[in-house]
Design a protein around this ligand. Structure first.
Ligand code: TRP
Length: 333
């Protein structure tokens, strides 16, 4: 086990889909065997958009269950809920003294949200990067497995860490993005428009909670064309996408058979999609069922959350004590 610390936050809104699985999730699962990992459900972050309180709790349980069902092992990683760790908002307050209005306003995600939700440009939204920095720095993380969209936030975490170190004395390592390369696999959406995503086209995205029928239906509607007219022709992008999905979930010889059919112009997309639909069901159904099982086992989830909370707080309170001491707010020591 390397002694580099890993931290990552999991959003508690939206359903996990195949893109999340082959991107972030597989990375986490690989990392859990190689590094001490802290993974948490970012429920405080979700408050920026005022989610329905009746929805928040089941969403947190669901995302925990989904992650465990996909292979995240609570015995290997510290898995917790952000709001269980009071040390995080305390560090957030300290870091906010080092975060300037101008730079926060310039953050791409803030500008985006300010434009799309002009009626709710709250201070929590503005200081989202400071909260994320606190999440990371509270465990003195070195590596943060995140996608491209989070790189600016991570850069800000480095800036705040440097400012703190400079003003009060060295204590935070600089956190850097990390992944094993899985994120280079972009899972194409089924309608030929970009990649699968949480919010865009629900019918073009395969969710880990989709029913067998929903999976089959969505796959059957995947965008294809009239088929090749010349032997060994190159695949148009939409066809490449369908083949990419087949490669992910089907047996190698199945995949090769369809590749050969394509080259010989004997391909029948109906057959291909039928096969893909079945293989997709075989892939997703066990994850979906396992998730349901875990989700219903509140005792188990409570136990996991409490154990995670204890481990995370042990690490967090060490960091916070050190920060307080460096700042001179340790009156009873
Ligand atoms: N902002 C991240 C996202 O939207 C989630 C997140 C919150 C996070 N805190 C974090 C990721 C700390 C990595 C580290 O996906």
């Amino acid at each position: 086990m390397e002694n580099k610390i890993v931290v990552s936050g999991i959003r508690s809104t939206g359903n996990l889909h195949l893109g999340n699985y082959f991107g972030a999730m597989l990375n986490y699962i690989k990392m859990q065997d190689q590094f001490p990992c802290y993974f948490f459900v970012a429920d405080y972050h979700s408050l920026t958009t005022h989610p329905d309180p009746a929805q928040l709790k089941p969403n947190v349980f669901k995302v925990l269950a989904e992650n465990i069902a996909c292979g995240l092992d609570p015995n290997k990683v510290t898995l917790y809920v952000q709001s269980d760790i009071p040390e995080i908002p305390e560090l957030y307050l300290m870091l906010n003294m080092m975060a300037y209005k101008g730079e926060l306003e310039k953050t791409a995600s803030f500008k985006d949200k300010a434009r799309t939700q002009p009626d709710n440009v709250n201070a929590g939204l503005l200081t989202y990067p400071t909260l994320m920095s606190a999440d990371i720095l509270i465990h003195k993380a070195h590596y943060v497995p995140v996608g491209k969209d989070q790189e600016q936030h991570l850069e800000m975490a480095r800036t705040f860490a440097q400012r703190f170190n400079h003003r009060y004395g060295d204590m935070f390592p600089e956190p850097h993005p990390f992944n094993f390369g899985n994120e280079l696999i972009k899972i194409p959406s089924l309608d030929g428009n970009g990649k699968m995503s949480k919010s865009e086209n629900e019918n073009a995205t395969l969710y880990l909670c989709d029913s067998d029928d929903a999976i089959r239906k969505k796959v059957m509607k995947a965008k294809t064309d009239q088929g090749p007219t010349e032997m060994n022709s190159e695949m148009p992008i939409d066809i490449q996408h369908v083949f990419a999905l087949l490669k992910l979930v089907s047996a190698e010889d199945t995949y090769q058979k369809f590749v050969a059919n394509y080259a010989a112009c004997t391909i029948r997309y109906g057959d291909l999609k039928k096969q893909l639909g079945e293989d997709m069901v075989q892939f997703i159904a066990p994850i979906r069922e396992k998730t349901k099982e875990i989700q219903q086992d509140t005792n188990y989830l409570h136990r996991i959350m409490k154990e995670g909370k204890e481990k995370a707080r042990a690490s967090a309170s060490r960091t916070l004590d050190e920060a307080r001491k460096k700042m001179g707010i340790n009156f009873y020591a």
